[in-house]
Design a protein around this ligand. Structure first.
Ligand code: ATR
Length: 272
């Protein structure tokens, strides 16, 4: 491993990305030297860019919106987590191409269990949304042993398709938002993109069990509508996804550099 290994996050838009700051802080905390940048890449440029970056000797990439799914298809090989998610957020250089991994689910579980003290085992868990973000977290959540894991969307087709595809990994209950009326969950995770347009999914009231917890995979402004709704619905604890962002980055750093950086100081700095 050279002292000047080069990494970047590729997305569109990517200007707002906190990843360069996070990885620079990880490297500094471990006394490592690396370069980590952010590049805006259009969707049809991803394939040619990855080939060029490989030829130029880059060590690894993070992929963010809108590249995670197409990026998976461009990888020469994929981890189990990437196959299950149907998406990659971390590319690791190999001699001949890129190995794709997905650390989003591991990052979420780590934030919930280690940072927020939320046990998933034995809990009734509901994931809202059935796009790429939702799919990426389901198998890691199942692995924690929830009493029930449900996935809900505006219409039934995507949840049914995802539950069927992930059946070998465990039972996922496909639902629609409106059919949730009368049910109660201990943990409700917002994996929709509605917050980016200031909205939340239309949901029945009283979905939180006593002591129920709300978690939004988004952070910043995009997490606000769901967190406000969750508080008004009596959630005992609400959190945005900033901790997941830092934890998925730590997982990626570990894949690239062989050591998992401590995350608490970086998370505190970003919150500050
Ligand atoms: P991502 O990669 O972020 O998951 P995506 O694959 O486009 O993005 O999925 C977006 C998810 O947010 C979907 O579940 C979408 O619901 P539909 O499948 O019904 O479109 C959900 N979503 C987006 N805007 C929403 C809104 N205003 N209300 C409810 N759900 C919304």
């Amino acid at each position: 491993m050279s002292d000047l290994d080069r990494y970047a996050v590729l997305g569109q838009p990517v200007g707002h990305s906190k990843s360069p700051r996070i990885h620079a802080a990880f490297a500094a905390s471990l006394g490592q030297k690396l370069l980590y940048e952010a590049y805006e890449i259009a969707p049809d440029e991803l394939g040619p860019s990855l080939s060029r970056f490989h030829a130029e000797g880059w060590a690894g990439f993070n992929l963010t919106v809108p590249h995670k799914q197409v990026g998976a298809a461009l990888c020469e090989s994929r981890s189990e987590a990437a196959e299950q998610a149907g998406a990659v957020n971390t590319l690791i250089r190999t001699a001949t191409g890129w190995h794709g991994d997905n650390t989003d689910g591991a990052g979420l579980v780590r934030d919930l269990t280690a940072n927020l003290g939320v046990a998933i085992k034995g809990k009734r868990v509901l994931v809202l949304g059935a796009g790429g973000a939702a799919r990426g977290i389901l198998v890691p959540l199942l692995a924690e042993g929830p009493a029930e894991l449900a996935i809900s969307n505006r219409n039934p087709w995507k949840p049914e398709e995802i539950a069927a595809a992930l059946k070998p990994h465990g039972n996922i209950v496909p639902r629609t938002h409106l059919s949730l009326k009368g049910d109660r969950y201990d943990l409700i995770i917002n994996a929709t993109s509605a917050g980016h347009s200031g909205a939340i999914p239309r949901l029945p009231p009283k979905l939180f069990a006593d002591g129920g917890i709300a978690y939004d995979l988004n952070y910043g402004q995009a997490a606000v509508p769901f967190m406000v709704w969750a508080k008004s619905e009596g959630a005992a604890q609400v959190s945005d996804g900033l901790g997941m962002l830092v934890e998925q980055a730590a997982e990626a750093f570990q894949r690239w550099r062989g050591v998992r950086p401590a995350t608490a100081a970086v998370l505190a700095e970003l919150r500050g």
